[in-house]
Design a protein. Structure first.
Lengths: 110, 112
């Protein structure tokens, strides 16, 4: 069974810093990997989707990379802002199934 | 599209009562998922449907939990009887194939 791990569980950084969130998975046979953001009291919002054939995806200040062979993905956030404070989850898809990590809670301090 | 729509958004019920959560997936999506989220266990997949057929219900915790999808635009998750340990946020999500999965805003359940 696919297992997804995210480290660290929580992260606190001063505003303006660049940061990296990590996601690892045990089975490299994936279709894609997604990064989500969850604000308190809300559902999950998809940030970036990387297909298994891709190495990275970018959206604004966000850049996600994927190394299937090593079972790792990173989410890079440039010039962090207080509005980036949220929980970030990664999920891998193995067809119709999605496996989620436990998330990294990010706090950006003004 | 309005996105995945869940109801109720919040429910407080007494132990032993029946709880029914409802979900309307995004039109055209062929997969529907029910997840439960708690602080202790994170996001857990309870069951998912493909083309209205339950494919994997191994995540359903007990026989007290049941889910149905009578048509492509509606699904229910029922808990009967409810217990305090069922208190959690229940998310419905839908997708088309292995593309992006979209989540509803969740149903916040408190069983007292």
């Amino acid at each position: 069974k696919q297992e997804v791990t995210q480290i660290p569980a929580a992260l606190s950084v001063p505003e303006g810093e660049n940061l990296v969130l990590n996601c690892s998975f045990t089975d490299s046979a994936i279709y894609n990997l997604q990064w989500f953001r969850q604000d308190p009291g809300k559902g999950l919002t998809s940030l970036l989707l990387i297909q298994s054939s891709q190495r990275e995806q970018t959206s604004g200040r966000l850049n996600a990379s994927l190394d299937k062979s090593s079972g790792r993905s990173t989410l890079y956030i440039a010039a962090s802002q207080p509005g980036d404070s949220a929980t970030y989850l990664c999920a891998v898809s193995t067809g119709n199934q999605f496996y989620f990590g436990t998330g990294t809670s990010l706090t950006v301090i003004p | 599209d309005a996105g995945v729509i869940q109801s109720p958004r919040h429910e407080v019920t007494e132990m032993g009562q029946e709880v029914t959560l409802r979900c309307k997936p995004i039109s055209g999506h062929n997969s529907l998922f029910w997840y439960r989220q708690t602080m202790m266990r994170g996001l857990e997949l309870l069951i998912y449907f493909n083309n209205n057929v339950p494919i994997d219900d191994s995540g359903m915790p007990e026989d007290r939990f049941s889910a149905k999808m009578p048509n492509a635009s509606f699904s229910t998750l029922k808990i009967q009887p409810s217990e305090p340990r069922d208190s959690a946020v229940y998310f419905c999500a839908s997708s088309l194939g292995e593309n992006t999965i979209y989540f509803g805003e969740g149903s916040w359940l408190t069983v007292v």
